[in-house]
Design a protein around this ligand. Structure first.
Ligand code: 5GP
Length: 122
């Protein structure tokens, strides 16, 4: 990886504090600092890839580990019965801000539709 370490490498290295929900040999799950649902947890592979497509191409088993951790987080957070959403933002139109692939796990309440940008003014 040629560019500088992202925030998430620093969280994985415990250089930046985070509210960690679950950890496996290959993944880490921690609460999003700016939650967009009652429960909002990020799941990252400990090895860095910029996007979910790069991860899928390079290491499909690791992508499967990320999804398995997302499902474990749902179980631990009591989301399994009600259901939950897993989102991978990719690139600027999707609002990706951290270029270390991460799954957003959202749930704990009825979620809205998603897609088109809405300004704060509506
Ligand atoms: P993205 O926009 O790249 O899909 O998601 C990045 C996420 O990282 C955002 O939802 C943002 O709230 C979250 N985030 C940014 N800085 C921090 C931080 O310092 N700690 C934690 N736990 N989450 C962060």
């Amino acid at each position: 990886m040629s560019d500088a370490d992202t925030l998430f490498e620093r969280i994985i290295a415990r250089e930046v504090p985070a509210d960690i929900v679950h950890e496996t040999e290959t993944t880490l799950a921690f609460r999003d600092i700016n939650p967009q649902a009652a429960t909002h947890v990020l799941v990252v592979p400990k090895t860095r890839y910029r996007t979910v497509a790069e991860l899928a191409a390079a290491d499909p088993k690791l992508l499967a580990d990320v999804i398995a951790t997302a499902d474990k987080v749902a179980e631990l957070e009591g989301l399994t019965a009600g259901g939950y959403r897993v989102v991978f933002n990719t690139g600027s139109h999707a609002g990706q801000t951290v270029f270390h692939v991460h799954a957003h796990v959202l749930g704990g309440e009825q979620l809205g539709l998603f897609g088109r940008y809405q300004s704060e003014a509506g």
